[in-house]
Ligand binder design. Structure first.
Ligand code: HEM
Length: 511
C-alpha cells in the first residue's frame, strides 16, 4: 500500500495534467468572448476549419456573433469579425498583440528558417526603400524588361506569327508573372557566362521555366505542409524540392547573378552582418521567393479572367491603356521599339486600379493572426469589451468579415470593375456599415505590422502584365460561356486563392 499510493497519485497528476493540456478544464470566464471548444479534445474544430475556413467561420459567426474563441489544434483563437473594430487588432501595441512570434514559428515549421533578431525590421526597412516610392521605379523597369523577354521574345520573327496558342489561363498567367517577378527580384543570368544578349535572355527563360515547374509542385503541397499533415511520400517530395530551391536561390548563386534587386541584396547583407549563417540565409532567400511569388501569379489569372468574362470592363481598361499610350507619345508599330510602361504611366490608371482592387477583394483571403502576450481587454467599436487571455491568439478573416459583406459591398459576389471608382474617376474609399464609415473596406494585403511590404510592386506587376496582354496580344476564352471556376477551399487563409480547375484560352501576337 505504501508504494501504491505514490504511484496512484503520480498517475492521477499525469492524467489531470494531460486533460489540462487537452483543454478539458478550460471554461469561459466572465467577460470573455463565447468559447467553443468543439467536441474533440485538443483538436477542437481544426478539421472543420481546415476543410473550409470560410464555411466554418460563417457558422461560428451565426452561432456566437462577431467575437468568439475557438479551439484549433491546442490553440485558443479569438476571431474578431466586426470590421468596425479591426483597429483593435491592427493598432494594438506590440507588447500585447504580437505578429513576429507567430510568424517566426510558422517560417521555422514550414521552411526550417530560424529568424534573426530584428529580421522583421530589416525586411520592412528594405521594402520601404526599394519596393515603394523612388525605389519602385527601378523595380518597375526591371519587371517590364523581364516581361518583355518572356512574352515578346518572338515578336517580329516568324516563329509564331499569327499562330493561335491554346493554353490554360491559370498556368499561363502564373507562369509569366512568377518568372518575370523572380527575375526582377533575384536577378538575371550573368553576361560573362553566356556571351551575347540574346543567349543570356534565352537562359533566363529556360532557367525560370524550370524553377516555376518546381515551385508549382511545392505550391500544391503547401497547404498540407503549413498544417503539418503531409503524408510520408509528400514529406519526401517536399524535402527534395526544398533541396532544389536551397541550391537554386542560394546566397552563392544569387551573388553571381546580374541585376539582383536592391531589396533582396540589402536583406541578404543585413542578415549576413548580423552573423546569420550562409545556409540560413539561403533558406531566407527561399522564404522570400515564396512570399514574393506565391500570390501575384494567381491574382494575375483572376484579373485577366474577370476582364475576359466582363466585356464592358475589358473595353474600359483597354480604352484607358490606349489613351495612356497616346498621352505618353508611344505607339506599337510592327518592327518598332517595344512600348515601355513606366511607373509614371502606372500612376495614371484609375480604371485598371479599380479592376485590380476588385479582383483582390474577390480572390484574396488571408487570416491575420497575432499572439496575445499579456492578459488584455479587447475594445469593440460599439463599446463592448472582452477579456483575452495571455497565451491565446487573436485573428481576423477579412474575406468573410469585409470583402463579401453585402452591407459594405452590395452584390458582393459580382465582379464590378468600377466598384472602387467615384463617378468623377477618382478612387473610391467611402464604404459604410451600419451607417458608419469602414476604414478597412478591402484587406488583400493584411493590415498593421504585417501588412504586405510588396503591395505596390505586386500591383504594378499585375498592371504591367495586363497592359502587355492588351497591347500586344489577341486572346479569348475557348468557351466564352464557361462558368467561373470555384475556389480551391484548401487555400483559405493563405493569401491569393487559386481556382479549383484551369480555364482554357487561346492567344496570339498581334504583330
Ligand atoms: C497579389 C500579390 C500579393 C498578395 C495578395 C500578398 C498578400 C500578403 C499578405 C496578406 C501578407 C500578410 C500576411 C499576414 O499578415 O500574416 C503578406 C506578407 C508579405 N508579403 Fe505579400 N502579397 C503579394 C505579393 C507580394 C510581393 C510581390 C512581395 C515581394 C516583392 C511580397 C512580400 C511579402 C512579405 C515579405 C510578407 C511578410 C511580411 C511580414 O513578415 O511582415 N508580397 N503578403
Amino acid at each position: 500500500m505504501g508504494l501504491l499510493l505514490p504511484i496512484l497519485l503520480a498517475f492521477l497528476a499525469a492524467l489531470l495534467g494531460g486533460l489540462y493540456l487537452l483543454g478539458v478544464f478550460r471554461q469561459r470566464r466572465p467577460g470573455e468572448p463565447p468559447l467553443d471548444k468543439g467536441l474533440m479534445p485538443w483538436l477542437g474544430h481544426v478539421l472543420e476549419f481546415r476543410k473550409n475556413t470560410l464555411k466554418f467561420l460563417e457558422r461560428m459567426t451565426q452561432k456566437h456573433g462577431d467575437v468568439f474563441t475557438v479551439q484549433l489544434g491546442g490553440c485558443y483563437i479569438t476571431f474578431l469579425q466586426d470590421p468596425l473594430s479591426f483597429g483593435s487588432l491592427v493598432k494594438e501595441s506590440r507588447e500585447k498583440l504580437d505578429f513576429s512570434k507567430f510568424a517566426v514559428q510558422l517560417v521555422y515549421r514550414v521552411f526550417g528558417y530560424k529568424a534573426v533578431e530584428n529580421g522583421h525590421q530589416i525586411l520592412h526597412m528594405a521594402s520601404n526603400k526599394h519596393l515603394k516610392g523612388d525605389g519602385l521605379e527601378v523595380m518597375t523597369q526591371a519587371m517590364m524588361s523581364n516581361l518583355q523577354n518572356l512574352m515578346l521574345h518572338n515578336i517580329g520573327t516568324s516563329a509564331d506569327e499569327g499562330t493561335w496558342i491554346d493554353e490554360g489561363l491559370f498556368n499561363y498567367s502564373y507562369n509569366i508573372v512568377f518568372r518575370a517577378g523572380y527575375l526582377s527580384l533575384f536577378g538575371n543570368e550573368p553576361h560573362n557566362t553566356e556571351g551575347n544578349e540574346s543567349k543570356v535572355k534565352e537562359k533566363d527563360r529556360v532557367d525560370s521555366q524550370a524553377l516555376f515547374y518546381k515551385f508549382r509542385k511545392y505550391d500544391q503541397l503547401f497547404p498540407n505542409l503549413a498544417y503539418g499533415i503531409l503524408l510520408p511520400m509528400q514529406r519526401l517530395e517536399v524535402e527534395r524540392l526544398m533541396g532544389f530551391f536551397l541550391d537554386s536561390v542560394s546566397v552563392q548563386k544569387i551573388k553571381s547573378r546580374d541585376n539582383v534587386s536592391r531589396w533582396l541584396w540589402d536583406i541578404q547583407q543585413a542578415t549576413e552582418e548580423l552573423g546569420s549563417e550562409e545556409t540560413m540565409r539561403s533558406r531566407y532567400m527561399f522564404v522570400l521567393l515564396w512570399a514574393s511569388q506565391g500570390n501575384t501569379g494567381p491574382s494575375a489569372f483572376w484579373l485577366l479572367f474577370f476582364l475576359m468574362k466582363h466585356p464592358e470592363a475589358m473595353a474600359a481598361v483597354k480604352e484607358e491603356v490606349d489613351t495612356l499610350l497616346k498621352e505618353f507619345g508611344q505607339e506599337v508599330q510592327p518592327g518598332g521599339p517595344l512600348v515601355n510602361l513606366t511607373r509614371e504611366m502606372l500612376m495614371k490608371t484609375p480604371v485598371l486600379d479599380s479592376a485590380v482592387e476588385e479582383t483582390l477583394r474577390l480572390t484574396t483571403a488571408p487570416v491575420l493572426t497575432r499572439a496575445v502576450l499579456q492578459d488584455m481587454t479587447l475594445k469593440m467599436a460599439d463599446g463592448r469589451e472582452y477579456f483575452l487571455r495571455k497565451g491565446d491568439r487573436m485573428a481576423v478573416f477579412p474575406y468573410s468579415a469585409v470583402h463579401i459583406d453585402p452591407e459594405i459591398h452590395p452584390d458582393p459576389h459580382a465582379f464590378q470593375y468600377n466598384r472602387f471608382l467615384n463617378p468623377d474617376g477618382t478612387k473610391k474609399t467611402d464604404f459604410y456599415k451600419a451607417g458608419k464609415k469602414v476604414k478597412y473596406y478591402n484587406m488583400p494585403w493584411g493590415a498593421g505590422v504585417s501588412m504586405c511590404p510588396g503591395r505596390f510592386f505586386a500591383t504594378n506587376e499585375l498592371k504591367q502584365f495586363v497592359f502587355l496582354m492588351l497591347v500586344y496580344f489577341e486572346f479569348e476564352l475557348k468557351k466564352p460561356d464557361e462558368m467561373i471556376p470555384g475556389i480551391d477551399f484548401k487555400r483559405w487563409g493563405f493569401g491569393s486563392m487559386q481556382p479549383d480547375r484551369d480555364v482554357e484560352f487561346r492567344y496570339r501576337l498581334r504583330y
